[in-house]
Design a protein around this ligand. Structure first.
Ligand SMILES: [Ca+2]
Ligand SMILES: [Ca+2]
Length: 188
């Protein structure tokens, strides 16, 4: 039985250390790649909606109005909306993300998000889109199953480096569930 306790403890501790960063760099994009009809997957997460993954290095010179943090990032705008969720639809936390205005020629200057918590509560927030330089914003959303980004006018935004953590409670339950299975197998 001691072995099972140790395993459960490892599950608990490792769950909090399982944060990952959605960087939009996992799949090489030459110039731009639309997410609209072809969801983007990174790690355990799916990104769907109307955005475009940009590689800022292979844009034509006329597109010099887009932000460039030296890596690929996701841009969206003009009433666009983006959805982030776990592939298995399980709960997760979002700690922080980098946000910039996507283009210097759009008019909106506020970026909105809606998060749906596991108990059904909707948490709404907004972040400033001040310029083309990415700023890191801590939003610290806990125990959500769905996160949506959008602009409510003709604004546009770019996001990158979204730090996500699978909800430890779920992982612990999964861990305990597998313990029960293992235990049953031992008994059989
Ligand atoms: Ca990136
Ligand atoms: Ca900025």
């Amino acid at each position: 039985m001691k072995k099972y306790c140790l395993f459960a403890m490892i599950m608990c501790v490792s769950a909090t250390a399982w944060s990952s960063i959605i960087t939009f760099d996992a799949e090489y994009v030459y110039s731009q790649r639309a997410v609209t009809h072809n969801d983007y997957y990174e790690g355990d997460y799916r990104i769907s909606g109307t955005g475009i993954i940009f590689n800022p290095f292979n844009q034509n010179p006329y597109a010099a109005t887009i932000p460039n943090n030296g890596t690929q990032h996701l841009g969206d705008g003009y009433y666009g909306e983006l959805i982030i969720e776990r592939i298995d639809k399980g709960p997760f936390d979002v700690y922080c993300l980098d946000v910039a205005r996507y283009s210097s020629v759009t008019s909106g200057d506020t970026f909105w998000y809606d998060a749906i918590k596991t108990d059904g509560e909707i948490v709404r927030g907004d972040l400033p889109l001040d310029d083309l330089l990415f700023d890191t914003h801590v939003i610290d959303l806990k125990d959500i199953t769905y996160l949506e980004f959008y602009c409510i006018d003709t604004g546009s935004f770019a996001v990158d480096n979204i730090i996500v953590v699978p909800e430890p409670a779920t992982l612990l339950l999964l861990g305990l569930g597998s313990l029960v299975i293992i235990k049953r197998k031992f008994k059989a």
